[in-house]
Write a protein that binds this ligand. Sequence first.
Ligand SMILES: NC(=O)C1=CN([C@@H]2O[C@H](COP(=O)(O)OP(=O)(O)OC[C@H]3O[C@@H](n4cnc5c(N)ncnc54)[C@H](OP(=O)(O)O)[C@@H]3O)[C@@H](O)[C@H]2O)C=CC1
Ligand SMILES: O=C(O)C1=N[C@H](C(=O)O)C[C@H](O)C1
Length: 258
Amino acid sequence: MPQPLRIAIAGALGRMGGQMAETIAADSRLELVARFHRPGSAGEGLVERDEALALTDVVVDFTTPAASAELATACAERDGPALVIGSTGFDVAELEAIAQAAKKIAIVRSGSYSLGLNLLTGLVEQAARALGPDDCDIEIFEAHHRFKVDAPSGTALMLGEAAARGRGVRLDDVVKRARDGLVGSRPMDEIGFAVLRGGSIVGEHAVSFLSDGETLTLSHAASDRSMFARGAIAAALWVAGRPPGEYDMNDVLGLTAS
Ligand SMILES: NC(=O)C1=CN([C@@H]2O[C@H](COP(=O)(O)OP(=O)(O)OC[C@H]3O[C@@H](n4cnc5c(N)ncnc54)[C@H](OP(=O)(O)O)[C@@H]3O)[C@@H](O)[C@H]2O)C=CC1
Ligand SMILES: O=C(O)C1=N[C@H](C(=O)O)C[C@H](O)C1
């Protein structure tokens, strides 16, 4: 019987931190060796970050962009553990810090650990390739619970990147993240985002391809956070012992970009 993978949870008192603890406890392939939160946080069974890093093979992190970037740097400075990052809403400097850390340690980062959602990105890329900007508009809608702090969601941006890839353009060059007031008519090549926040919605995403006379919509709805936790566990099991580098769920799931 192989030794269980030693795993630690960052952001232990958060929504996903709690979900991770529950899902890990039910998985015999894993041993939950540490849970940590903000420095100095009080809570049953919590340890400080550096103690957790010394005990574990992999850290699973659903916190904030700043905390994840800092954690990646701390893991790299001690040449491990490997890291699975689920946080969303990163700025350029935070992404650069993670890229630097990935020169020393293996990191999986994804805006969504859902299997279905990662399959959807391939379908979106394929549709965007077939439905060009001359006769088809691409719009992405996402809806989340009232507590979510970043917008558009990391998943919506992943879907936008997939659509842009399908069109052979950079998302930054065609993105419209919000509209308000006299914004003018829509450029054909634009990829637009719309956001809803409210209630307890776990996560809904839809990518619409709108042309004259017809609309194709590809969508996904999450109803339970446990599937994000299961995806993050698959990533943790996959990343342990990998060479340094920044990986995503396509690598974990063996899905090659089409
Ligand atoms: N990739 C995916 O599949 C998914 C990604 N997410 C993303 O994960 C992130 C967390 O989501 P969620 O759990 O709902 O949010 P929560 O706000 O419930 O949890 C985040 C937690 O991180 C804590 N935190 C902040 N700074 C630190 C730090 N330096 N060290 C340790 N903990 C810290 C926060 O503490 P405090 O409360 O004190 O501020 C908070 O409790 C978000 O970015 C979200 O978008 C969520 C679901 C799935
Ligand atoms: O904050 C959340 O809840 C979620 N965040 C991720 C995102 O930004 O896409 C993933 C999921 O949709 C839930």
